[in-house]
Write a protein that binds this ligand. Structure first.
Ligand SMILES: CC(C)(COP(=O)(O)OP(=O)(O)OC[C@H]1O[C@@H](n2cnc3c(N)ncnc32)[C@H](O)[C@@H]1OP(=O)(O)O)[C@@H](O)C(=O)NCCC(=O)NCCS
Length: 181
């Protein structure tokens, strides 16, 4: 089974396992921001307790050995321990999907490209992985650009594939990108 490193670092970022006590910092940095969640599968958190529950689940995923885990890392500026974003890998057999989110204050500096490229390069180099991939809303231009800059190639459009509850209940079109062996 795929076992990613629990920590990693890039030029400007360090990544570590989530903790329930990250909740107040994550809420303040991005989890309560409707602009951040616009194209995500969740709506802004209002209560720190619910966010702490979610982070506790992600922390527990690192201990699970049987069910399909969602390996999540908190992204911090190097030399600090305060989360400014998150990135995750979701293995499914020989395929690995990636998702990511960053606080608005840090958008447009190439930071998510840096983190995503690092993780995707690690994942595709694993002998038991044939495909790494990600998808995002067709209107999420910044995320499409990040996928391409991080080394994924655009495969196509999944029509009416996911809901963005911050926008509304209707399923929306997505762009899917991948790198394969
Ligand atoms: C998507 C997201 C992670 C990007 O992070 P980031 O660190 O700002 O990304 P980068 O700086 O590495 O790259 C962003 C690229 O998108 C481009 N971009 C930003 N806004 C854009 C827009 N509205 N239209 C077109 N391109 C845009 C930037 O110019 C940059 O490309 P460039 O280097 O060629 O100029 C961040 O915006 C985010 O967290 N959004 C909310 C959560 C989200 O949507 N996550 C993805 C879900 S699949």
């Amino acid at each position: 089974m795929l076992r990613p490193p629990e920590t990693f670092a890039t030029a400007r970022l360090s990544a570590r396992r989530p903790r329930a006590d990250d909740a107040p910092a994550v809420l303040a940095a991005y989890a309560n921001d409707a602009e951040v969640t616009r194209y995500l599968a969740w709506t802004p958190y209002q209560r720190v307790e619910l966010l702490a529950d979610f982070l506790r689940e992600r922390a527990a995923d690192w201990e699970r050995t049987k069910t399909a885990p969602h390996y999540a890392w908190m992204l911090c500026l190097r030399g600090t321990d305060t989360p400014i974003g998150s990135i995750g890998l979701m293995p499914d057999g020989r395929k690995v999907m990636c998702g990511y989110v960053l606080a608005k204050k840090f958008w447009g500096r190439g930071m998510m490209t840096e983190a995503l490229r690092h993780l995707l390069d690690w994942a595709i180099a694993q002998p038991d992985v044939d495909r790494v991939w990600a998808y995002c809303d067709l209107e999420n231009s910044a995320s499409i650009r990040v996928m391409e800059k991080a080394g994924l190639a655009r495969e196509g459009i999944l029509r009416r594939w996911h809901a963005c509850p911050t926008i509304g209940p209707a399923l929306r079109d997505c762009v899917v990108c991948s790198k394969v062996k």
